[in-house]
Design a protein around this ligand. Structure first.
Ligand code: PGA
Length: 256
Protein backbone atom coordinates (compact mmCIF):
# COMPACT_ATOMS: atom_id res chain seq x y z
CA UNK A 1 0.00 0.00 0.00
CA UNK A 2 1.29 3.42 -0.96
CA UNK A 3 1.33 5.88 1.91
CA UNK A 4 -0.38 9.23 1.31
CA UNK A 5 1.82 12.27 0.84
CA UNK A 6 0.68 15.05 3.17
CA UNK A 7 1.61 18.71 2.98
CA UNK A 8 0.45 20.52 6.12
CA UNK A 9 0.56 24.26 6.80
CA UNK A 10 1.09 25.26 10.43
CA UNK A 11 0.27 28.96 10.54
CA UNK A 12 1.06 29.13 14.29
CA UNK A 13 -0.19 32.45 15.79
CA UNK A 14 -0.14 34.17 12.40
CA UNK A 15 -2.56 34.88 9.58
CA UNK A 16 -6.21 35.80 9.69
CA UNK A 17 -9.22 36.36 7.47
CA UNK A 18 -7.19 38.01 4.71
CA UNK A 19 -4.78 35.07 4.46
CA UNK A 20 -7.68 32.61 4.47
CA UNK A 21 -9.21 34.45 1.54
CA UNK A 22 -5.93 34.58 -0.37
CA UNK A 23 -5.17 30.92 0.32
CA UNK A 24 -8.61 29.56 -0.59
CA UNK A 25 -8.69 31.67 -3.78
CA UNK A 26 -5.22 30.47 -4.72
CA UNK A 27 -6.21 26.82 -4.30
CA UNK A 28 -9.40 27.15 -6.31
CA UNK A 29 -8.92 24.68 -9.17
CA UNK A 30 -5.60 23.40 -7.78
CA UNK A 31 -5.17 19.78 -8.79
CA UNK A 32 -3.01 17.23 -6.99
CA UNK A 33 -2.39 13.54 -7.52
CA UNK A 34 -4.75 11.08 -5.93
CA UNK A 35 -2.74 10.28 -2.84
CA UNK A 36 -1.63 13.85 -2.03
CA UNK A 37 -3.45 15.60 0.82
CA UNK A 38 -3.08 19.26 1.78
CA UNK A 39 -3.91 20.40 5.31
CA UNK A 40 -4.21 24.03 6.42
CA UNK A 41 -4.02 24.73 10.17
CA UNK A 42 -5.05 28.28 11.08
CA UNK A 43 -5.63 29.49 14.66
CA UNK A 44 -8.84 28.45 16.45
CA UNK A 45 -10.88 31.64 15.78
CA UNK A 46 -10.46 31.19 12.02
CA UNK A 47 -11.39 27.52 11.63
CA UNK A 48 -15.06 28.14 10.84
CA UNK A 49 -14.11 30.97 8.49
CA UNK A 50 -11.78 28.64 6.61
CA UNK A 51 -14.54 26.07 6.19
CA UNK A 52 -16.88 28.73 4.80
CA UNK A 53 -14.21 30.16 2.48
CA UNK A 54 -13.24 26.69 1.25
CA UNK A 55 -16.88 26.08 0.32
CA UNK A 56 -17.15 29.38 -1.51
CA UNK A 57 -13.92 28.73 -3.39
CA UNK A 58 -15.13 25.20 -4.15
CA UNK A 59 -11.89 23.60 -2.97
CA UNK A 60 -11.51 19.93 -3.82
CA UNK A 61 -11.54 17.01 -1.37
CA UNK A 62 -7.73 16.91 -1.13
CA UNK A 63 -7.68 20.15 0.87
CA UNK A 64 -8.42 19.66 4.56
CA UNK A 65 -8.70 21.79 7.65
CA UNK A 66 -6.49 21.18 10.67
CA UNK A 67 -6.18 22.62 14.17
CA UNK A 68 -2.90 23.40 15.94
CA UNK A 69 -3.87 22.05 19.34
CA UNK A 70 -6.75 20.50 21.28
CA UNK A 71 -7.76 19.60 24.81
CA UNK A 72 -7.63 15.99 25.95
CA UNK A 73 -10.92 16.59 27.82
CA UNK A 74 -14.33 16.17 26.21
CA UNK A 75 -16.03 19.16 27.87
CA UNK A 76 -16.44 20.89 31.22
CA UNK A 77 -14.74 23.51 33.36
CA UNK A 78 -11.54 23.97 31.34
CA UNK A 79 -11.45 27.70 30.64
CA UNK A 80 -9.74 28.58 27.39
CA UNK A 81 -9.62 25.03 26.07
CA UNK A 82 -11.10 23.60 22.86
CA UNK A 83 -12.39 20.03 22.55
CA UNK A 84 -12.32 17.55 19.69
CA UNK A 85 -16.12 17.82 19.43
CA UNK A 86 -15.84 21.57 18.87
CA UNK A 87 -13.23 20.99 16.19
CA UNK A 88 -15.49 18.49 14.44
CA UNK A 89 -18.32 21.02 14.49
CA UNK A 90 -16.27 23.32 12.27
CA UNK A 91 -15.13 20.52 9.90
CA UNK A 92 -11.61 20.02 11.22
CA UNK A 93 -10.14 16.65 10.26
CA UNK A 94 -6.47 16.86 11.38
CA UNK A 95 -5.01 18.09 14.68
CA UNK A 96 -1.36 18.95 15.33
CA UNK A 97 -0.41 17.47 18.71
CA UNK A 98 2.80 17.85 20.66
CA UNK A 99 4.44 20.57 18.60
CA UNK A 100 7.80 21.48 20.15
CA UNK A 101 6.46 24.94 20.98
CA UNK A 102 3.67 23.28 23.00
CA UNK A 103 6.22 21.03 24.70
CA UNK A 104 8.69 23.78 25.56
CA UNK A 105 6.59 26.96 26.00
CA UNK A 106 3.46 25.37 27.49
CA UNK A 107 5.08 22.51 29.39
CA UNK A 108 3.13 19.77 27.64
CA UNK A 109 4.58 16.48 28.81
CA UNK A 110 4.73 13.31 26.75
CA UNK A 111 1.86 11.92 28.83
CA UNK A 112 -0.35 14.96 28.17
CA UNK A 113 0.50 14.70 24.48
CA UNK A 114 -0.33 10.99 24.45
CA UNK A 115 -3.71 11.72 26.09
CA UNK A 116 -4.42 14.31 23.40
CA UNK A 117 -3.53 11.85 20.63
CA UNK A 118 -5.92 9.38 22.25
CA UNK A 119 -8.80 11.90 22.35
CA UNK A 120 -8.19 12.96 18.76
CA UNK A 121 -8.32 9.34 17.58
CA UNK A 122 -11.41 8.59 19.65
CA UNK A 123 -13.14 11.53 17.96
CA UNK A 124 -12.30 10.08 14.55
CA UNK A 125 -9.86 12.86 13.70
CA UNK A 126 -6.26 12.42 12.52
CA UNK A 127 -3.49 13.50 14.89
CA UNK A 128 -0.27 14.90 13.46
CA UNK A 129 2.05 13.89 16.29
CA UNK A 130 5.21 16.03 16.38
CA UNK A 131 8.46 14.67 17.71
CA UNK A 132 11.99 16.03 17.51
CA UNK A 133 15.28 16.58 19.27
CA UNK A 134 16.96 19.83 20.32
CA UNK A 135 20.30 20.94 18.93
CA UNK A 136 22.07 19.99 22.17
CA UNK A 137 20.52 16.52 22.04
CA UNK A 138 21.63 16.02 18.42
CA UNK A 139 25.16 17.16 19.25
CA UNK A 140 25.19 14.75 22.21
CA UNK A 141 24.07 11.97 19.83
CA UNK A 142 20.85 11.47 21.75
CA UNK A 143 18.52 11.99 18.79
CA UNK A 144 17.37 8.39 18.45
CA UNK A 145 16.87 7.97 22.17
CA UNK A 146 14.76 11.15 22.38
CA UNK A 147 12.61 10.20 19.40
CA UNK A 148 12.13 6.69 20.75
CA UNK A 149 11.02 7.96 24.14
CA UNK A 150 8.62 10.52 22.62
CA UNK A 151 7.07 7.75 20.50
CA UNK A 152 7.03 5.19 23.29
CA UNK A 153 5.08 7.55 25.57
CA UNK A 154 2.27 7.59 23.01
CA UNK A 155 2.49 3.87 22.23
CA UNK A 156 2.17 3.16 25.97
CA UNK A 157 -1.16 4.97 26.09
CA UNK A 158 -2.82 4.21 22.74
CA UNK A 159 -1.09 0.97 21.70
CA UNK A 160 0.80 0.40 18.45
CA UNK A 161 -2.28 -0.76 16.45
CA UNK A 162 -3.79 2.72 16.67
CA UNK A 163 -0.77 4.21 14.91
CA UNK A 164 -2.31 3.22 11.56
CA UNK A 165 -4.45 6.36 12.02
CA UNK A 166 -1.62 8.62 13.22
CA UNK A 167 0.57 10.92 11.12
CA UNK A 168 4.02 11.57 12.61
CA UNK A 169 5.89 14.81 11.95
CA UNK A 170 9.61 14.70 12.62
CA UNK A 171 10.55 18.28 13.47
CA UNK A 172 14.09 18.78 14.73
CA UNK A 173 13.84 21.73 17.12
CA UNK A 174 17.08 23.21 15.73
CA UNK A 175 15.49 23.44 12.27
CA UNK A 176 12.20 25.10 13.28
CA UNK A 177 12.06 28.72 12.20
CA UNK A 178 15.85 28.92 11.97
CA UNK A 179 16.35 28.60 8.21
CA UNK A 180 18.51 25.51 8.92
CA UNK A 181 16.54 22.84 7.03
CA UNK A 182 17.81 19.33 7.74
CA UNK A 183 19.58 18.02 4.65
CA UNK A 184 17.66 15.34 2.73
CA UNK A 185 20.26 12.85 3.91
CA UNK A 186 19.97 13.73 7.61
CA UNK A 187 16.17 13.87 7.41
CA UNK A 188 15.95 10.52 5.57
CA UNK A 189 18.30 8.83 8.05
CA UNK A 190 16.22 10.04 10.97
CA UNK A 191 12.95 9.06 9.31
CA UNK A 192 14.45 5.65 8.62
CA UNK A 193 15.22 5.33 12.33
CA UNK A 194 11.63 6.26 13.21
CA UNK A 195 10.24 3.75 10.69
CA UNK A 196 12.59 1.06 11.99
CA UNK A 197 11.63 1.78 15.59
CA UNK A 198 7.97 1.21 14.69
CA UNK A 199 8.85 -1.80 12.49
CA UNK A 200 10.49 -3.50 15.45
CA UNK A 201 7.13 -3.36 17.21
CA UNK A 202 4.77 -3.90 14.26
CA UNK A 203 6.04 -3.81 10.68
CA UNK A 204 2.58 -3.69 9.17
CA UNK A 205 1.70 -0.56 11.11
CA UNK A 206 5.13 0.98 10.46
CA UNK A 207 4.64 0.71 6.69
CA UNK A 208 1.36 2.57 6.86
CA UNK A 209 2.33 5.59 9.00
CA UNK A 210 3.05 8.75 7.01
CA UNK A 211 6.22 10.45 8.31
CA UNK A 212 6.33 14.19 7.58
CA UNK A 213 9.42 16.34 7.84
CA UNK A 214 9.17 19.83 9.39
CA UNK A 215 11.70 22.56 10.07
CA UNK A 216 12.43 25.45 7.69
CA UNK A 217 11.06 23.47 4.76
CA UNK A 218 10.58 25.79 1.77
CA UNK A 219 9.99 25.82 -1.97
CA UNK A 220 13.69 25.25 -2.67
CA UNK A 221 14.09 22.24 -0.41
CA UNK A 222 10.70 20.49 -0.63
CA UNK A 223 11.17 18.50 -3.84
CA UNK A 224 14.32 16.69 -2.72
CA UNK A 225 12.99 16.09 0.79
CA UNK A 226 9.69 14.69 -0.50
CA UNK A 227 11.60 12.37 -2.83
CA UNK A 228 13.25 10.51 0.10
CA UNK A 229 12.03 6.97 0.71
CA UNK A 230 10.79 7.55 4.24
CA UNK A 231 9.59 11.13 3.89
CA UNK A 232 5.87 11.30 3.17
CA UNK A 233 5.35 15.04 3.10
CA UNK A 234 5.98 18.03 5.31
CA UNK A 235 4.75 20.26 8.12
CA UNK A 236 5.48 23.82 7.11
CA UNK A 237 5.47 26.94 9.27
CA UNK A 238 6.97 30.15 7.87
CA UNK A 239 6.77 29.21 4.19
CA UNK A 240 3.10 28.25 4.52
CA UNK A 241 2.18 31.88 5.19
CA UNK A 242 3.31 32.86 1.69
CA UNK A 243 0.55 31.73 -0.64
CA UNK A 244 2.69 31.46 -3.79
CA UNK A 245 5.51 29.62 -2.07
CA UNK A 246 3.13 27.23 -0.34
CA UNK A 247 1.53 26.43 -3.69
CA UNK A 248 4.93 25.63 -5.15
CA UNK A 249 5.67 23.34 -2.18
CA UNK A 250 2.34 21.57 -2.72
CA UNK A 251 3.10 21.06 -6.38
CA UNK A 252 6.43 19.40 -5.55
CA UNK A 253 4.43 16.75 -3.66
CA UNK A 254 4.03 14.34 -6.53
CA UNK A 255 2.61 11.33 -4.73
CA UNK A 256 2.04 8.43 -7.11
P1 PGA B 1 9.05 26.38 10.12
O1 PGA B 1 8.07 25.74 11.20
O2 PGA B 1 8.68 25.81 8.78
O3 PGA B 1 8.80 27.85 10.20
O4 PGA B 1 10.45 26.01 10.52
C1 PGA B 1 7.69 24.39 11.12
C2 PGA B 1 6.86 24.05 12.32
O5 PGA B 1 7.17 24.51 13.43
O6 PGA B 1 5.88 23.28 12.19
Amino acid sequence: MKRPLIVAANWKMNGGLALIEQMTNAFNGFVVNDNVEIVICPSFPYLAAFTAAAKTANLNEHIHLGAQNVSAQENGAFTGEVSTGMLKDVSVSYVIVGHSERRSLYSETSVVIAEKVKSVLEAGLTPILCIGESEAQRVAEQTNEILASQLQAVIDIIGIEKFVDVVIAYEPVWAIGTGKTASPNVAQKTHQFIRQFLTNIDSDVANKVPLLYGGSLNATTSEELFAQTDIDGGLIGGASLKVDEFKVICSTAKGI
